[in-house]
Design a protein around this ligand. Sequence first.
Ligand code: ADP
Ligand code: MG
Length: 338
Amino acid sequence: MSSIQLLPDLLINQIAAGEVIERPASALKELLENSLDAGATDIAVQLEAGGIKRLVVRDNGGGIAKEQLPLALMRHATSKIASLDDLQRVASMGFRGEALASMAAVAQVTLTSRNANAAHAWKIEAADGTQSGAAPAAHPQGTSVEMRELYFNTPARRKFLKSESTEYAWCEETFKRIALSRPDVAFSLQHNGKSIWQLPRHDLAQRITAILGAEFGQHAVNVERQIGALHLYGIAALPAYSRSTRDEQYFFVNGRFVRDKVLMHAVRQAYQDILHHQRHPAFVLFLDMPPEQVDVNVHPAKSEVRFRESQGIHQFVFHALQDALSAPMAAVEETANP
Ligand code: ADP
Ligand code: MG
């Protein structure tokens, strides 16, 4: 057996990239979250070839100072937490400081940014573990991150990518999730030069209609319940609008899209008596709670969570949803049999 050696940084980042940057859509998610963390109110996405060839996210957020640009691309470098205490009540979408470093290890990355104090923008380029120095660039306040040729230097991984149209579909789904989570932010999406989505700033109802269509809202009830620091709100479709797939199920915990067994079980149970078992409910629900009661640091992609009081959360969601769903049903029955 050979002797034990420390892995070089590039290889460490390439290994980590397997978890953080699984496909173009995961890069898109990380970049959109970075823009939101930077306080952006307008975010534009451009994709080419499903995001494999080129993926750009441009925002009007706070920007990054010139001296900090090289740090942004380094692993475990973050401006969002500084201690274990911060980690336990993290409110930002990011905090692991590995997204940009992972991207730069498996793609060609250009980071262009201008913060409020700078006379102009600066950009740096990174690929294969090396970085260029900062060069002057033209960019309004905010940041653009461009990722090109994903997995150009890790061909084994590139083979796992699906067709351009499948990768595009994943990117679009990621875009919709994030756009639903932040109706107060304007978003746009272009694919291969064609404009697909143009979303101005909205309220939640407008954003849901823009993304899921008017029919969804016409067959849905409002959900709203607050007990102490637990707050559930959003809309849930009535059985008339049920689906044959789980494609319109959006659950956000503290603003983050999650796929969680406890929450899904509570939802299923609330629909149990009113929905045929082969149909799937459609909903957009937001659960807000104190960050220290939910651990989002379960997986690098942060789409899994762990609740400290999962039983209590289950009950809360189940009852809130069951009550919301039964109210209009009762009203409909009354009008049917006066
Ligand atoms: P994390 O988001 O976990 O901190 P990232 O690798 O995604 O790690 O980003 C590293 C750092 O780069 C961030 O902490 C932030 O300071 C900076 N950064 C990244 N994207 C942006 C952006 N769009 N606007 C401003 N700063 C950014
Ligand atoms: Mg990040």
